[in-house]
Write a protein that binds this ligand. Structure first.
Ligand SMILES: Cc1cc2nc3c(=O)[nH]c(=O)nc-3n(C[C@H](O)[C@H](O)[C@H](O)COP(=O)(O)O)c2cc1C
Length: 332
């Protein structure tokens, strides 16, 4: 893949991005994905209104550690001046490498306030927001978009010149419409169309579940990098697989089931130290489900984990599953 000035500035060697995911891409998960080769990671999306009100939870969503560069904060909102003020605060106080603007979230509590993907129906306002934020900060501002509000209102490629003029430096496209939510398939031909109509770097996103998917997306769309979301849930080593395919052409073996659960334990320990014992087991339940899908006796241990009522109990369940798999693998 080509080296682009923005990637050079950010020291990105292999343009492999972890998708921002609310409730998932907290510091423990981001750091884990980074150890497997994700190079650019984003915070969960944060509300511009929450930032200017100095909402404690919003401020916590933005915390990151020094070994997380390049790191971006993803911002959503609907008022240009509030978005600009929030972006300024982010640059001055949090100092990330990037700010990403969310123009794709289809969740009703976001769109009913006029933010996220509903802005794809009002391109002049979207442009005003992008321009206000780009003028308020000196760090690069990127935009993450969907293909349009619905199939009768596709914004590709007409959104491209508008984002360029606003000062946006990179576009990530998840080529589903907002009304599709996560149904159907991401239409990768739209990534190609966007790429053909802009000089900005384009990151392709949507339905990458394997190294072959990543290679096919790059081949079919000529995108400048790939972003992985759901494929990394309970499967952060996917970044290693894709990275290896991109850099050496070889696809490494997946970890064994025992290794997967050992990794889950490592992730769990990070969640405990980040959130504390009172909250860790609750927050980890979804990860437990993702890690154990398709594993032998996964349903049995999952059921136990879902019913756990303390962090100590969750830890015991993880340890006993790991011991079970160790014996199971020896017997194979
Ligand atoms: C649980 C979850 C939370 C998400 N939260 C965000 C978000 O905060 N901001 C955003 O731009 N996209 C968000 N997304 C969308 C992803 O970033 C990504 O665009 C989408 O999942 C398609 O990529 P994938 O097929 O690789 O998952 C979220 C997706 C999921 C599954």
């Amino acid at each position: 893949m080509k080296t682009l000035p923005l990637f050079e500035k950010l020291h990105v060697r292999v343009p492999l991005f972890l998708a921002p995911m609310a409730g998932v891409t907290d510091m423990p998960f981001r750091k884990l994905c980074r150890t497997f080769g994700a190079e650019v990671t984003y915070s969960e999306f944060v509300s511009s209104e929450g930032i200017i009100r100095k909402n404690k939870k919003t401020l916590r969503f933005m915390s990151y550690e020094e070994d997380e560069h390049p790191f971006g904060i993803q911002l959503f909102g609907y008022q240009p001046h509030v978005m600009a003020e929030a972006a300024k605060f982010i640059q001055e106080t949090i100092n990330p490498d990037l700010i990403d603007l969310n123009f794709g979230c289809p969740v009703s509590k976001v769109v009913k306030n006029g933010a996220g993907s509903v802005l794809l129906k009002d391109l002049p306002l979207l442009r005003d927001i992008a321009t206000a934020v780009c003028s308020a900060v000196t760090i690069p501002v990127t935009a993450k978009i969907r293909a349009g509000w619905d199939e009768t209102h596709l914004v590709i490629p007409e959104i491209a010149p508008l984002l360029e003029e606003s000062g946006i430096q990179l576009i990530t496209l998840h080529p589903r419409t907002a009304s599709m939510r996560y149904k159907g398939k991401a239409d990768w031909t739209l990534i190609r169309r966007l790429k053909e109509n802009t000089s900005l770097p384009v990151i392709g996103n949507g339905d990458i579940r394997s190294a072959d998917d990543a290679l096919s997306m790059i081949e079919q769309t000529a995108c400048d990098g790939v972003m992985v979301g759901r494929g990394a849930l309970g499967n952060p080593w996917l970044f290693h697989t894709i990275r290896s395919a991109l850099t050496t052409g070889k696809i490494p073996k997946n970890p064994s089931d025992y290794e997967k659960i050992s990794l889950m334990k490592k992730h769990f320990n990070e969640v405990v130290s980040f959130y504390g014992k009172d909250h860790a087991y609750k927050l980890f339940k979804k990860h437990f489900s993702w890690y154990t899908v398709g594993l032998p006796h996964g349903a049995h241990f999952r059921q136990k984990a879902m019913m756990s009522t303390s962090t100590g109990e969750m830890e015991n369940i993880i340890d006993s599953y790991r011991t079970f798999l160790e014996k199971h693998e020896v017997c194979q």
